[in-house]
Design a protein around this ligand. Structure first.
Ligand SMILES: *Cc1c(COP(=O)(O)O)cnc(C)c1O
Length: 355
């Protein structure tokens, strides 16, 4: 018998979510599978939609090469472009697309000797103030890149800081600044929307979208009605059960003390698996019945309250997130976001299915 902590990755749900994203936004969609597909397995996720995906987006050359090595032929965009000039030959040889987000990248790209022109996504800083060229630098960079022998095509892009907050004026301002800046360029290839914008900001639609988190089934707007399916189901089993009486406490720091007789289950999953140590009182489901995490999450184990779950026994399945327990809800209890939970999932057995 082996440790029962398992991340079930349902590739059919991933494909479903890609179709939802693409259909909601319209136009073409780059499936964002950076950081090992947000912890889900980049090669497996890419293979699941390679016949229909308009392209993929990853953070860097190393991530793209992993996909090429696995036989992925679709277009692949490097979301941070290159970090040094020495990457350019391999980028060109592997037919990768480049984000250009800074002036130093423009200079290197224009000065390089390339075997073939490269496809550029030119990123504007419309208000996120992380990367991207300022509007005035943007127009200049565009006019230098467009038509240059090293450049095959230029797609205009920008990224939102607050698209997950529907009440924020910031997104409206970013869209307005972007549109005002590019209005005279006459370019039709534009990409603004991440998942939150696809779901909440129809004004941000253009011919390309860049869905990430929604492909994994977590709605960044926390709208349970969005027709997404959880891709990762993290489960484990109960390995020990004890009854504690009123006044007794459990685990490190004794942070949970029973107010009445309490049946406690110990689950084989802990923060070394990526389950957040800060998730106090987070929901979990035992044999399909909802309960909550009690006490402190430790490295290899955590506690669930079994008091109201009569059927629970050694070996009972516990869903930590997945279909019944939204990763969003666990993230909320831990003061983080589902993105981080998925990216941190490790050590558990990854099992893939595709129905
Ligand atoms: C990660 C990323 C995305 C995807 O964002 P989600 O919020 O996961 O949809 C889109 N665009 C860029 C530039 C990114 O870095």
């Amino acid at each position: 018998m082996s440790r029962p902590a398992i991340a079930h990755i349902r590739l059919d749900a991933f494909r479903h979510n890609y179709r939802v994203a693409k259909q909601m936004h319209g136009g073409k969609a780059l499936a964002v599978i950076k950081a090992n597909a947000y912890g889900h397995g980049a090669v497996q996720c890419a293979k699941a939609i390679e016949n229909e995906a308009d392209g993929f987006a990853v953070a860097c050359l190393e991530e793209a090469l992993q996909l090429r090595l696995a036989g992925i032929k679709n277009s692949i965009l490097l979301l941070e472009g290159f970090f040094e000039a020495a990457e350019l030959p391999e980028i060109v040889a592997n037919d990768l697309w480049l984000v250009v987000h800074a002036q130093w990248q423009v200079e290197i790209l224009l000065a390089a000797k390339l075997a073939k022109p490269v496809h550029v996504w030119l990123k504007m800083d419309s208000g996120m103030h992380r990367v991207g060229l300022s509007p005035s630098g943007y127009i200049q960079a565009y006019s230098r890149l467009n038509g240059h022998p090293n450049v095959a095509k230029v797609v205009l892009m920008s990224h939102f800081a607050n698209a997950d907050t529907l009440s924020s004026e910031h997104t409206t301002q970013q869209i307005a600044l972007f549109q005002q800046t590019v209005q005279n360029l006459g370019v039709v290839d534009v990409s603004l929307a991440n998942s939150a914008a696809i779901l909440g900001w129809p004004q941000a639609r253009a011919n390309w979208s860049r869905p990430g988190i929604m492909l994994y089934g977590a709605d960044p707007l926390y709208d349970a009605k969005t027709p997404l399916r959880a891709v990762m189901q993290l489960t484990s089993q109960i390995i020990s059960i004890r009854k504690i009486t009123k006044g007794e406490s459990i685990g490190y720091g004794s942070i949970f003390t029973a107010e009445k007789e309490t049946l406690v289950g110990v689950v084989a999953c802990g923060y070394a698996d990526g389950y957040p140590r800060s998730a106090m009182g987070a929901p979990a489901a035992v044999e399909g019945k909802k309960t909550r995490i009690i006490g402190r999450v430790s490295m290899d184990m955590l506690f669930v309250d079994l008091t109201d779950i009569q059927t629970a026994n050694i070996g009972s399945t516990v869903e930590l997130w997945g279909d019944q327990i939204l990763a969003n809800d666990v993230a909320k209890a831990a003061g983080t976001i589902a993105y981080e939970l998925f990216c941190n999932t490790k050590r558990v057995q990854f099992r893939y299915s595709d129905n």
